[in-house]
Design a protein around this ligand. Structure first.
Ligand code: GTP
Ligand code: MG
Length: 430
């Protein structure tokens, strides 16, 4: 089985609470505030890792939780940050977040934060000022982000082998690389993509053998459809075409069938450069094979090399390898820490909706208003609402954020009820 899909739940660590504390020393009767800040909760980060082959490990485990942070302490001691949880994914993994954001992890070492740890709360020392010398409150740490994310593996091969079932694709892969795909004289022997590495003088190419395609593959007929995605990122396709199909079908029709399926799946696939490998040449007379090759060259033009091959005799296989090295561009090695790397990553980000930073005020009843929005809800989550001083601080912050003004514009009068994050407050600004 090739595990190429997974859905996992990621949960970042909770931020640590700020501390409320006052300095105590024998010779200082009333020391100043010295509560330290809470730490930052651990993030959950996906890391692209060469040692991973597929998404199988995610079948066994679907929940990933990063460490929470430590709380602040007295004597200005800040709480330690929660440790980042690194989750390894294979190169070629695409991540879709719950908001539709898409990330591509293609380069080993590349990282994407999929859940950010909650920020730590500030200790009471931070709230000391000329008007408030002994703040008797501190902030709470916030919860870390949590969400379901979808992982989809799209193999990163340089070359894709495509063709009808039984055309001889797996035989070719087995002869050209160390891979040992199953070969048999019936269609649909290959049930999932197999990768092989072709060694050259100073570089390697990864070749993907995908299950045979049949007419209607792009609509789900046969097995090929699911796997066409795996050749989307190749630089070149080798169309393996049986010179003398056992079923007596016409190679010209067969060729058209496959090309049509590629086009229907994705125009980009159809636009990839091609090499045609006429297969099983040992089964026909050499003159016949050369005639066929000449006919195909005439049909396809100079841009498409046509090679006569046989996995049985190795005829044409060195030539094919040479042609692959000549035509597959050298992949640029990207240093993920460099600026270029950053740009490459930015390019891979297809879609990112803007985060909602605002708040919203509405009147829900006579003398009752409701305020919603992440910044306001975060402010409340930060504080102990039983604490009078903390409440005064919240009111001050609401004023600074423009919430009070927005309430007044909506008809609010001092003493009216205001519901924020499901809690009722009686506000007396001013
Ligand atoms: N004589 C001869 N037989 C070949 C050659 N290449 C493949 N075959 C035979 O053709 C049959 C199909 O070969 P496979 O390599 O399994 O074909 P495939 O394209 O991978 O087929 P699917 O995985 O079913 O799509 C097998 O019986 C092979 O032994 C060849 O060069 N010469
Ligand atoms: Mg096969």
């Amino acid at each position: 089985m090739l595990y190429d899909k997974a859905r996992i739940f990621v949960q970042a660590g909770h931020g640590g609470n700020g501390c409320m504390s006052f300095r105590r020393e024998a010779h200082v009767p009333r020391g100043g505030p010295d509560g330290g800040d809470g730490g930052h909760g651990g993030d959950v980060v996906l890391v692209c890792d060469d040692s991973m082959r597929d998404l199988q490990s995610f079948k066994r485990r679907a929940h990933y939780k990063a460490e929470r942070a430590r709380h602040g302490e007295g004597s200005n001691r800040h709480g330690a940050d929660g440790e980042t949880l690194e989750v390894k994914v294979p190169p070629g993994t695409q991540v879709t977040m719950d908001d539709g954001t898409l990330h591509d992890l293609t380069i080993p070492g590349q990282r994407v934060t999929v859940a950010s740890g909650g920020t730590g709360g500030r200790g009471n020392k931070r709230f000391a000022g000329s008007t408030r010398q002994s703040p008797r409150f501190a902030e709470n740490g916030l919860a870390g982000e949590e969400r379901w994310i979808d992982l989809r593996l799209k193999l990163l091969a340089d070359v894709g082998l495509v063709g009808l079932p039984n055309a001889g694709k797996s035989s070719l892969l087995g002869r050209m690389t160390r891979a040992a795909p199953k070969v048999a004289d019936y269609p649909f022997t290959t049930l999932e993509p197999v990768l092989g590495t072709l060694d050259g003088e100073n570089r390697q190419l990864v070749i993907a053998d995908i299950p045979g395609l049949i007419e209607g593959a792009h609509e789900g007929a046969g097995l090929g459809h699911d796997f066409l995605a795996h050749v989307e990122r190749t630089a070149l396709l080798v169309h393996v075409l049986d010179l003398a199909p056992l079923d007596g079908s016409d190679p010209v029709d067969n060729f058209q069938t496959i090309e049509e399926e590629l086009r229907q799946h994705d125009e980009r696939l159809a636009a990839l450069p091609r090499i045609v490998a006429l297969s099983k040449a040992d089964l026909v007379a050499p003159e016949r094979a050369e005639e066929e090759a000449a006919a195909w060259r005439a049909r396809l033009g100079d841009d498409v090399p046509v090679l006569v091959t046989s996995s049985a005799t190795r005829q044409g296989l060195d030539e094919l390898a040479l042609e692959l090295f000549r035509r597959v561009p050298v992949r640029e090695r990207v240093d993920v820490t460099s600026v270029e790397g950053e740009e490459a990553l930015a390019e891979h980000m297809v879609f990112r909706p803007a985060a909602d930073q605002g708040f919203h005020v509405e009147q829900v009843d006579e003398g009752v208003f409701r305020v919603t929005g992440p910044p306001v809800e975060r402010l409340l989550a930060r504080h102990d609402l039983e604490n009078e001083e903390a409440l005064a601080h919240i009111e001050h912050r609401l004023n600074r954020m423009g919430v009070i003004r927005a309430l007044e514009a909506a008809g609010f009068e001092p003493g009216d009820d205001v519901e924020i994050a499901g809690m009722m407050f009686e506000l007396h600004p001013g």
